[in-house]
Design a protein around this ligand. Sequence first.
Ligand code: SF4
Ligand code: SF4
Length: 363
Amino acid sequence: MAKSEQVTLPYGLKTQHIPNISEVHILWITAGLGCDGDTVSITAASQPSVEDVLLGAVPGLPKVHLHNAVLAYEVGDDFMKFFHQADRGEIDHFLLVVEGSIPNEQLSGEGYWAAMGTDPQTGRPITTNEWIDRLASKALGVVAAGTCATFGGIHAMKGNPTGCMGLADYLGWDWKSKAGLPIINVPGCPVQPDNFMETLLYVLRQLAGLAPMIPLDDALRPKWLFGMTVHQGCDRAAYYEQADFAEEYGSRKCLVKIGCWGPVVQCNVPKRGWIAGIGGCPNVGGICIGCTMPGFPDKLMPFMDEPPGARISATLIKPYGVLIRNLRRLTNSTLNKEPRWRHNQPQRTTGYHPDKPEEVYPL
Ligand code: SF4
Ligand code: SF4
């Protein structure tokens, strides 16, 4: 090639990282016992958005191919072929995402509780359990999306006929993928949009070789998202501290006496908002029902009753809260008045002494 024809690469290309894995498929099973609410929820994400991830807006990450029945272009067998390919070992790198509770098929008798696609050989539906059995061991990582897939959720309530459970109950809490990742639980009913997409982004960064092992707590939740309580991020906490409690819905005060479980629930929604910082739960007037918690919903019902612990803490804080509220009211009223030297009189009463400034502002 003549010198004049040589292509000069931009110097800045040195900053580009080639990911350890160039492509990754996301096989998303929406056929747990669920409502697809988590899939719908993530379409509202922006940090990053689904489109950002699929179009590679963040450089240095593997190219992502998403297979989710609600969002896919393909339908029927064309959609299912990726799951069969992964099962046959024809897709090297994939993440398995499960949405919805995992039913106990040992209780389903002749039929089945949940299935996706049919077996080409037998023509019989392939149960959700069977898909998990086939694919989890071949996946680089397994992610449970939403509280149903993580801990069982609403479908696993007392009295349910399916005996359903979360993914870690099904696979085992110590389960590890072939790449050494534990199950990653992103609870929420539904999952907060950016919480899920941020977790996915972290896993992609990890697969690219750009991040250490994802930090998870004992319930396998990302620590940076679920390490604080709702109460710690609620902008009504100042009302709580001053023992100023709402008696009815529609109040701007703390909702603890009308059913808010925020002080004992791990979730960042009031701090983060729902979409683009807008919305939430107790911060905008809706009691926290603890939808991210393993004990949800049974241990938090009936939702609109005052939580038992709240009665004790609200009673204990009352004398302190009332005293502090009154003292603050006094200070507040002095702060609401301007200093007396701000006037339109011929005398200067500001304390200004050109010869002795240190008397006004001692150093
Ligand atoms: S509304 Fe709930 S989360 Fe907010 S301050 Fe009151 S108890 Fe805490
Ligand atoms: S604040 Fe409470 S009800 Fe709202 S998403 Fe979080 S855990 Fe669920």
